[in-house]
Ligand binder design. Sequence first.
Ligand SMILES: *Cc1c(COP(=O)(O)O)cnc(C)c1O
Length: 376
Amino acid sequence: MRPLQMVDTKTQYLHIKEEIDKAIGEVVESAAYINGPAVGKFAEQLAAYLSVKHVIPCANGTDALQIALMALDLQPGDEVITPSFTYIATTEVIALLRLKPVFVEVDPFHFCMDPAALERAITPRTKAIVPVHLYGQAAPLKEILDIASRYGIAVIEDNAQAIGCDYIFDEGHRKKTGTLGAIGCTSFYPSKNLGAFGDGGALFTDDDTLASRIRMIANHGQSKRYYHDVVGCNSRLDTLQAAILSVKLSHLDQYNEARRQAADFYDRAFADCASLITPFRAAYGTHVFHQYTLRVTNGQRDALAAFLAARQIPSMIYYPVPGHRQKMFDSFLTTTADLPITDLLTEQVISLPIHTELDEEQLTFIANGVKDFFNA
Ligand SMILES: *Cc1c(COP(=O)(O)O)cnc(C)c1O
């Protein structure tokens, strides 16, 4: 059996080696390392894939979130509502910009922002809402966007874990997550569903004014060369990464389908485990399984992880400390937020290997490991 890994980017590469090597070779030959033609080409391809007007590439997903907030032109102390149960990047950039992160509860089943908790947290100082499509599952965007528009607050989607996911409206029509709010942000970190061979990120928007602000901010606030109108940053996607991403984008739907099939296998295997809650699949979204995350409800999560590790089965806790308990935010929060569901999930969740290259033998071995733990 091939060794088990949380992600197997090497095997994935070997399947498309010729295409990738050719794309890399072309960039190296062209010597257009910064803002070469491959960057614009990839942005156009991704915009077409997402059906969004503007895709603005940048250096990584964290920058994308930071630039999105900068584009909204907020004032120090303005409040930004976000889940605590997310990767630190979502919330860190809020504090970095001297805005106030307001952590709200997630839903215990879909793991994303709870719209009722969102509405309760809104104050006159709330200026942005940042839902996260965690683990590849769409957040309940219709409810979130309805609340946001009622209060006139901008929504920035953190789509770093859900590229390719469809949000399905009641009437059945679909839109890609990341394209429903004012701005969507994504990451091309190598382990993401659309991963580069290094760092990368992008912002999406249908709004022309926001798009030009975002482009300006990502490029030193420059309106024309050496004329800097606003304080910005330097955040570019490498030409090499763009060329690699163009190749991988053409495989994205197939990659997401492979993840879904691995998830289906796990779901079937764990259907009878009384102490496990398998991932919820919202009817309003096509889960793209950036992670396959179980809830262990009998208090044995850490023992399960140790049992799996002894069999060389990797697993991860995403994330062991929620935002509202990170020291980083001590000076931003007067009291620790009361988020019992987030705290509970932090103690219960465990993610199993999920990626595009898992074969039946590997899936069986992992599933049996989990089942043996509960049957022992
Ligand atoms: C990966 C990730 C980011 C940050 O992306 P980087 O490219 O690593 O900066 C932000 N939010 C979420 C939810 C992520 O998973």
